[in-house]
Write a protein that binds this ligand. Structure first.
Ligand code: ADP
Ligand code: MG
Length: 366
């Protein structure tokens, strides 16, 4: 689909929110979700972001009714669909939830159109018409009678999304929906999916371990670690105001410097930074993202000088590793400079850090 194609009309027949209240879950003695609350309002896309094994899929399966709820309550619109206390468990097919998992296999022996209307009754003329219309608005009109194997990965992904939306589900649950796609196509497919969903008015809960994907897709991100939500906020909050080193490091490796608060400041090898609200004497860590370290080949008196150990052009940016001493002994720093910046290996560059991009945490949070 080209970016200019008009996205399909609303998929949801009525807008409902998904509320998961204080949900916990254990497999045997192993608690994998602890006291998690998730609210997704109609028209909102919320991402659960966290490393593999932190409990994301389990939460989606609980919402879908594929796992029985042990503790907490789940409502969709006005309806309680599962109650850990009362033991109520509405079966998955009654919840009217759209699901798309990572390995969204299409039925190979059914055509594209048949795949999409698979869950619809013969009599559901309106949704069948929706399926036809949406296929063509998504640039797949010519493929209605084709078999899935003749489609590209990205086209198959769109068909799977339409299959999930076809029954006009009350909420949509997506588990790593782009992970099977090759990197080059992902950005476009993500964009297409974003457009379809933002027009649908549906409450969507999406799981991913890819922070950039979460940043692109989400209205709000819930960061999970070991079965708990440790921070929630807009993509900008999560990236620029992480509340722990763990959240900061979700977006890739950062430069870490250990320092102690003295006279209200942290004196690090990369400069002196205000200690914010940390008490005098606190052992702290200063985190600086590679892109927050700005380097220059023209040096003047008083600059912080680093020795270039490696410099590799990645096309759009240059990745450098730097050492404090001439011989590169001591801590290593990573920097990412925009464009081409290839100083000679072994030469000295001056380093500057924008104070607003320095992240400071007490050391205990590591
Ligand atoms: P994520 O989707 O974040 O990678 P999961 O929700 O799949 O994490 O898994 C969370 C934890 O629960 C993991 O330690 C996983 O091994 C465990 N787990 C998931 N499903 C089961 C199951 N059916 N039986 C036992 N343990 C499970
Ligand atoms: Mg998972």
């Amino acid at each position: 689909m080209s970016p200019t194609t008009t996205p399909p009309a609303a998929a949801a027949s009525k807008a409902d929110g998904l509320h998961m209240l204080n949900v916990s879950h254990a497999f045997g003695d192993d608690t994998v979700v602890s006291g998690v609350s998730v609210f997704v309002e109609p028209g909102e896309l919320v991402c659960l972001l966290g490393p593999s094994g932190c409990g994301k899929t389990t939460l989606l399966r609980l919402a879908a009714g594929l796992e029985d709820l042990q503790v907490g309550r789940i409502t969709i619109g006005e309806d309680t669909v599962a109650d850990g206390q009362g033991g109520k468990q509405m079966p998955p097919e009654k919840r009217n939830v759209g699901l798309m998992f990572q390995d969204f296999a299409l039925f190979p022996h059914l055509t594209v159109y048949e795949n999409i209307v698979f869950g619809l009754s013969e009599k559901d003329k309106a949704r069948r018409a929706w399926a036809r219309e949406t296929l063509s608005t998504m640039g797949l009109g010519g493929y209605a009678d084709a078999f899935p194997h003749t489609l590209s990965g990205g086209q198959q992904q769109r068909v799977a999304l339409l299959r999930a939306l076809a029954p006009a589900p009350r909420v949509l649950l997506l588990d790593e929906p782009f992970s099977g796609l090759d990197v080059n196509r992902r950005a476009q497919i993500r964009q297409d999916t974003f457009q379809i969903l933002s027009r649908s008015g549906i409450a969507t809960l999406m799981v991913t371990h890819d922070p950039e994907e979460a940043m692109f897709m989400a209205d709000r991100i819930l960061v999970m670690q070991n079965g708990r939500i440790i921070q929630s906020g807009t993509p900008v909050d999560i990236y620029f105001r992480p509340q722990s080193a763990f959240v900061a490091e979700l977006f890739g490796p950062v430069n870490r410097l250990d320092c102690r608060v003295e006279n209200g400041a942290l004196d690090s090898a990369l400069g002196r930074f205000p200690a914010n609200d940390l008490a005098e004497g606190t052992e702290a860590q200063v985190l600086i993202r590679p892109e927050a370290l700005s380097l220059s080949q023209s040096t003047t008196e008083g600059d912080i000088l680093l020795t270039v150990l490696t410099a590799r052009s990645l096309g759009r940016s240059t990745h450098l590793t730097l050492g404090l001493k001439d011989d590169g002994a001591g801590p290593l720093f990573n920097a990412r400079m925009p464009g081409v910046f290839l100083p000679e290996i072994g030469s000295q560059v001056s380093a500057r850090v924008a104070p607003e991009s320095v992240l400071i945490f007490p050391k205990s949070d590591a």
